[in-house]
Design a protein around this ligand. Structure first.
Ligand code: NDP
Ligand code: OXD
Length: 311
């Protein structure tokens, strides 16, 4: 009997995934059946995205060998007590590429002062050249699949990049830090801070009233990580006082961001609607197919979530 793969990534996404998954499974030499509906007891693998129409109780999936998240962030499933099967998060070349483009684009926008340039088309000639990237230190909080790729891309453009992660790390061309002192050091030098951390108990409000003061006055923040990384009241106060010059925010504690949220009307905030990067079926399907192949062959799974660490 062919293994049964349940696509529980939301009905709306199924048409985008059906073809790429079939193709990727065939390319990996895996003969499996993919479906959007099946009796729980017959399912071997679950492809999961958080949503109203996705499973909340995994106890009925008695023969399920692994759950593959279609999202990189797993905070909405990792603490589910009914999930006893191995959980893998999404590491997808297409998603990574999108995040690199988003982060590089907004870092360059802030670095070159493009908002002011666009607002100043008023006939006045003001020939002030922007500094070079090498004169603009950028802190990358989170040096995982996404943070590392962004850090490398920025370093490749000449930015001075200071990285920060939970465990010590060594990356060429990037000054890597960890621990509370490391955070203070990285923020203390950064004119732009990018947050690409997962939402866990350890990262909640990592940018708060205290750590925001560690940044040089007028520094900018780009948050494509998760809303919980930022103490919103502290950030709004820091923006009002000028301690923080600009915040570009893609993710929020409540999404969609409510229409009356102060971020929408703050002159120093740019809101983007959780579009920094998304999983691309054409590339991500191969990651899933490889993991299904591995599971069936008894090989170790890629991108396993550390349930203790929460990411
Ligand atoms: P990874 O799991 O690969 O990397 C997470 C990084 O955060 C690691 O470097 C890890 O450190 C670090 N980290 C975790 N906890 C702490 C801590 N307490 N203190 C310091 N560093 C910590 O995740 P990804 O790079 O793949 O993704 C990061 C996040 O980006 C996702 O969890 C998701 O929330 C968000 N995301 C947002 C998207 C969007 O469109 N806005 C799209 C995709 C993802 P270490 O290296 O030591 O483990
Ligand atoms: C993700 C996201 O976690 O899109 O993949 O936010």
């Amino acid at each position: 009997m062919k293994p049964l793969v349940l696509f529980a990534g939301g009905e709306a996404r199924w048409p985008d995934w059906q073809g790429p998954l079939a193709e990727a499974l065939a390319a990996a030499g895996v003969k499996a059946e993919i479906t959007t509906e099946a009796p729980a007891g017959k399912v071997d693998f679950i492809l999961y995205a958080p949503g109203d129409d996705t499973p909340g109780d995994f106890t009925q999936f008695t023969r399920c060998r692994a759950v593959f998240s279609l999202w990189a962030g797993v905070e909405r499933i990792v603490t589910n007590p009914t999930l006893t099967q191995p959980l893998c998060r999404m590491v997808d070349p297409g998603l990574t590429r999108g995040m690199v483009e988003y982060v590089a684009g907004h870092v360059l926008r802030l670095h070159l002062g493009l908002d002011a340039v666009l607002a100043a088309q008023d006939g006045r000639w003001n020939p002030v050249a922007p500094p070079l990237a090498s004169e603009r230190p950028v802190a990358m909080l989170g040096l995982g699949a996404l943070g590392e790729a962004c850090a490398r891309a920025l370093a490749g453009m000449g930015f001075e990049v200071l990285g920060w992660s939970r465990r010590p790390k060594s990356l060429p061309g990037i000054a890597c830090h960890h621990g509370r002192d490391g955070l203070r050091h990285a923020l203390g030098r950064a004119q732009i801070a990018v947050t690409l951390l997962p939402a866990t108990a350890g990262t909640e409000n990592i940018l708060d009233a205290e750590t925001l003061t560690w940044l040089p006055r007028g520094a900018s923040i780009i948050n494509p990580g998760r809303g919980s990384l930022i103490d919103d009241a502290a950030l709004l106060a820091a923006l009002d006082s000028g301690q923080i010059g600009q915040a570009t925010l893609d993710v929020f504690r409540t999404e969609p961001l409510p229409a009356d949220h102060p971020y929408w009307r703050h002159p120093s905030v740019t809101v983007t609607p959780h579009i920094a990067a998304e999983t691309r079926p054409a590339t991500a399907a191969h990651v899933i197919a490889e993991n299904i192949r591995r599971s069936l062959a008894g090989e170790p799974l890629l991108h396993l979530v550390d349930r203790q660490a929460g990411y």
